[in-house]
Design a protein around this ligand. Sequence first.
Ligand SMILES: Cc1ncc(COP(=O)(O)O)c(C=O)c1O
Length: 389
Amino acid sequence: MSKDYLKTAKLGTKVINIGIDSDKAHGAVMPPIYLTTNYTFEGLGQKRTYDYARSGNPTREIIAEVIAELEGGVGAVMVASGLAALDLLWQDLPGNRRVVVPHDCYGGTQRLLNARHKQGLIDLVYVDQGDDAAVTAALSEPTALLLLETPSNPLMRLIDLKKLIDLGHKAGAKVAVDNTFLSPALQNPIKFGADFVVHSTTKYINGHSDVIGGALVCTTPEDVATYRWWANCVGATAAPFDSYMTLRGVRTLFVRIRQQQQSAQSIAEFLHSHPRVKVVHYPGLPSHPQHELAKVQQAGFGAMMSFELAGGLEAVKQLFDHIELFSLAESLGGIESLIVHPASMTHAAMSPEALATAGISEGLVRLSIGLEDAADLIAALDRGLSQIA
Ligand SMILES: Cc1ncc(COP(=O)(O)O)c(C=O)c1O
């Protein structure tokens, strides 16, 4: 039966339905996992759809279709990690290989960019993407690629996607947006003109903290073909089992994030009024500098936040010694709540100068809100904060 009815369905419906009931062999409702490395040829010179799993795999095809659909792209390339997805982007830069990136992008992205710059693969320019004059200056020269990240990690600063994407295009750049922090359920950069969307599917898309993966969503068939070629060439393609797990996880993306951000709002409001907390960075708070932008650009405020403790590093130590329920661990976007100290954990690859420039202080704490009951999470934070001398 044709699935034409899906064309007009909501994304929350598509994410459940793509690939369902597609098994021709046994009519399995859930698409089966193909773990095989290789596929037989029907005869000499008669290749079937697939020949070798690095180049192509049916399970990987389904998760790619789901993610491309969610982001409004033409296709997606599924790879072994978010960083592997980013690393595809500069394999095929046209022209001058000049790449403009936010100075406060994910620390691992910076490490990768710095390494590629050192090798001479790219010419790297860091910019404060929230400073209009600095962005305009950085894009006053012809540029091959502009990479954006919004909300930023860990300070939850937002940028006006339409404005920056237009500026990037005027400089001749293709524009890629790392949409990991909000997921396609809450933000779709392609609607604002982005050429690529990058995901660490490790986070909200899989959502269960048990797979490392990445996706590069493209807006032209040529780019899909180019980056699939590169993913196969460098051997970065996602494993079948990871693809299967990610497909299983993404099915519940919309309900997970709805609940997680509802809890996040209550937690941000609690922290905002707490005397030990200097400032809370959460776009759902009216005090957030881009609260109004968040309301129009995003379909929700998300479930990530950070806050600064008035007592600096010492206060962070005391909180971390006593915090219950939140696991002290890196990563984000899973069903379990996490707490991290960005300066010494997620962003440890950045130099002290780069941390200072990005505004990541020693007293900053980041939370990823999971699916536990919000009242329990607030009680845990309340008890932990009360232990700060
Ligand atoms: C915003 C962002 N982009 C990319 C990555 C890299 O993803 P992965 O760890 O899957 O390589 C991360 C990882 O934390 C991230 O937070």
